[in-house]
Design a protein around this ligand. Structure first.
Ligand code: ADP
Ligand code: ADP
Length: 224
């Protein structure tokens, strides 16, 4: 079944002559790790905003599990590029991961938070604040926060763009392991073709602005 479908997504920002999205069409199946790759500035962040409901397209539409979009479904979770700005500095890692988690049973909630923190390898830093840990650890924290609600689909916007090369490799491996283990579908947008191919089961290639899908490639490589 189709988990996510984008049909003719079109978007222009006020005051800009060239639209950002020029009619983007693709679909993602349940369980798939889909990479969307395109040059910087082509509209990837805009596309994610439309897919997640943060922004309304000018034309075209998004459907989730066959239903046309009304509001962000609860099974959808987002990891932003600027994770350092998406974590609350006044909360600890544990506080950030638990923030917004809708679970009323306190013991159950604590167990879910600890499980997510453990899964990303941050147990030793659970009581530290974001400004006390490295960039890579901050992104692990953001990842834990997005996983804690057991989402069906994880939307990722260049999540590893601002970490060093070794940290990026560690985080890529961790993310692939986690989504595979937990049966989570993932949609990764990136400008990095190597990353797109390394992580994706399938790669959707966008043109320069106005973005359209110019190619779809099935990646036939063994996963680590
Ligand atoms: P990417 O994520 O591929 O780098 P973006 O979707 O962030 O691309 O941006 C696409 C283009 O739209 C860029 O030229 C950017 O300057 C412009 N843009 C993004 N957000 C806005 C906005 N809110 N208002 C006006 N222009 C924007
Ligand atoms: P990214 O970080 O993926 O490149 P952003 O959405 O942060 O995408 O911004 C991309 C570009 O769009 C930036 O150069 C920024 O200056 C511009 N931009 C973002 N929001 C606005 C806005 N509200 N109005 C005008 N330009 C914007």
């Amino acid at each position: 079944t189709e988990l996510l479908k984008a049909e003719n997504l079109t978007k222009a920002y006020a005051g800009n002559a060239t639209p950002v999205l020029g009619g983007v069409d693709f679909a993602q199946t349940e369980g798939e790790f889909l990479s969307v790759v395109g040059p910087s500035g082509c509209g990837k962040t805009t596309l994610l905003r439309c897919l997640s409901g943060l922004m309304r397209p000018d034309a075209g539409g998004v459907s989730h599990r066959g239903e046309s979009f009304t509001r962000p479904p609860e099974w959808l979770s987002i990891v932003f590029q600027d994770y350092n700005r998406s974590l609350f500095p006044w909360l600890t890692v544990r506080g950030n991961v638990g923030f917004g988690l809708r679970e009323r049973d306190r013991a159950k909630k604590a167990a879910m938070v600890d499980d997510a923190i453990d899964a990303v390898g941050l147990s030793h830093a659970a009581d530290l604040h974001p400004w006390q840990i490295s960039g890579g650890m901050q992104q692990r924290c953001a990842l834990a926060r997005s996983l804690v609600s057991s989402p069906g689909l994880l939307l990722l916007d260049e999540p590893f763009a601002s970490v060093d090369a070794q940290t990026r490799i560690d985080l890529q491996d961790l993310l692939m392991k986690l989504v595979a283990e937990r049966g989570i579908s993932a949609l990764l947008v990136t400008h990095d073709i190597d990353e797109a191919v390394f992580m994706g089961d399938r790669v959707v290639v966008l043109s320069t602005r106005p973005a359209r899908v110019v190619e779809e490639v099935i990646v036939d490589l063994p996963k680590p």
